[in-house]
Design a binder for this molecule. Structure first.
Ligand code: ADP
Ligand code: MG
Length: 367
């Protein structure tokens, strides 16, 4: 009966845009405790657009955009495409960039004529010894709107802050709500800056965010989340949508991990959020007693959880391999797909929900 059920599950899967590359994934998915999502190209479309450009005094907008876009023609980052496209739309003629250098997770640098131009995140500017303080207000506003602020420096002077916005995939919000309703925890891991990541997370109903992760840091972030790193990784600020804490990470036991940060939950005072009536909630008397008796905290804080990672990029390949179940976006990079157990063919995140539901149903049939 086992092979038949799995084949049936796999056949149905195609209808939902889900491709199981490894049969074991169909069995493993039913036990998944936590789904960790990459942001760009996974929760968002991965097609950012330039939305803002604030030039520093002494710099003309088009002049800065010309230099920035000239450097970005050499980059393959989705941000690069957005900036080059806008420059072309504005009819700007882009000079050739030379001595191009990409610093993964930070930004890019090149010579444009006799100018040295650097483009990237605030931490890239910090690396170059430049303060972004002058643009703090503009950057904060951009981040709060879910846009990514990008800084440009010309000959060692901060020249502009630009913002790119990457729209959400239409499926993201519903898929995440469905996962939570199934008792599955969700988290976001991204190289993008914290404020932007938290804004996007809030828009889709994720309240657990690990941001500003370097490309090689996604595996470490995944491991910390897997072992219930409630202590290792700070929770984001309380958001109106999310309630700011994730009950399951506090209470630990996955059998009790029904998400409860509904409308009433965030009205509860800190420390009482996420308590489950009759469950092992850390704020319930029973939960406290259990935690004390075990002598090593509530189970979920020590026991590794079964984790799925969903991602699309080259950077995501190690995390896809490290996760118990790696789920690649079918429209993503080949490296990601080859590292994954499951592929979401059209890139629609509802496939994650279908895959888990199918796994649960299939395994019921086997038994
Ligand atoms: P992500 O895939 O989450 O965007 P990356 O590690 O690729 O993470 O990049 C992290 C950050 O570095 C970006 O959010 C951006 O601020 C900056 N960055 C990287 N590459 C570029 C680029 N080509 N142009 C501008 N900024 C870049
Ligand atoms: Mg991505």
């Amino acid at each position: 009966a086992v092979p038949t059920s799995i084949v049936v599950g796999g056949g149905r899967a195609a209808e939902f845009g889900v491709l199981f590359r490894k049969g074991e994934a169909l069995q493993a998915l039913r036990n998944v405790d936590l789904v960790v999502f990459d942001k760009t190209g996974t929760i968002t479309k991965g097609q950012p657009e330039l939305t803002d450009l604030v030039a520093a005094e002494g710099f003309a907008e088009d002049a800065v955009l010309t230099l920035v876009a000239a450097v970005e023609t050499q980059s393959e980052h989705p941000i690069a495409e957005a900036l080059v496209k806008t420059a072309h739309t504005r009819g700007l003629v882009l000079p050739k960039a030379q001595n191009f250098q990409a610093v993964a997770g930070y930004g890019i640098e090149a010579d444009v004529g006799d100018r040295r131009v650097a483009v990237g995140a605030d931490r890239f500017m910090a690396k170059l010894g430049l303060s972004v303080e002058g643009f703090a207000d503009a950057a904060r506003r951009m981040g709060e709107e879910g846009k990514t602020p990008i800084y440009a420096a010309v000959d060692g002077k901060l020249a502009a802050v630009l913002a790119v916005a990457d729209p959400l995939k239409p499926s993201s919000r519903d898929a995440i709500a469905a996962l939570r309703a199934m008792g599955v925890e969700v988290a976001l891991v991204t190289g993008d800056n914290r404020r932007t990541a938290e804004a996007i997370a809030a828009q889709v109903g994720i309240d657990r965010v690990v941001a500003e992760v370097l490309p090689e840091g996604k595996v470490a972030a995944l491991k910390a989340l897997r072992t219930g790193g409630a202590k290792e990784i700070p929770l984001p600020n309380p958001s109106p949508q999310g309630g700011g804490t994730y009950p399951a990470l506090r209470t630990g036991d996955r059998a009790e991990a029904t998400p409860s940060s509904g409308p009433s939950d965030h009205l509860l005072p800190e420390g009482r959020r996420g308590s489950m009536p009759g469950g092992l909630g850390s704020s319930s008397p029973l939960g406290e007693r259990v935690a004390e008796r075990s002598g090593r905290g509530v189970r979920g804080e020590t026991a590794p959880r079964i984790v799925a990672f969903v991602g699309d990029g080259i950077n995501d390949a190690p995390a896809l391999a490290e996760a118990d179940i790696g789920i690649a976006i079918g429209t993503g990079t080949d490296v990601a797909i080859e590292s994954a157990d499951v592929v979401l063919v059209g890139g629609d995140l509802s496939g994650v929900v279908s895959a888990i539901a199918m796994s649960r149903a299939t395994m019921r049939n086997i038994r």
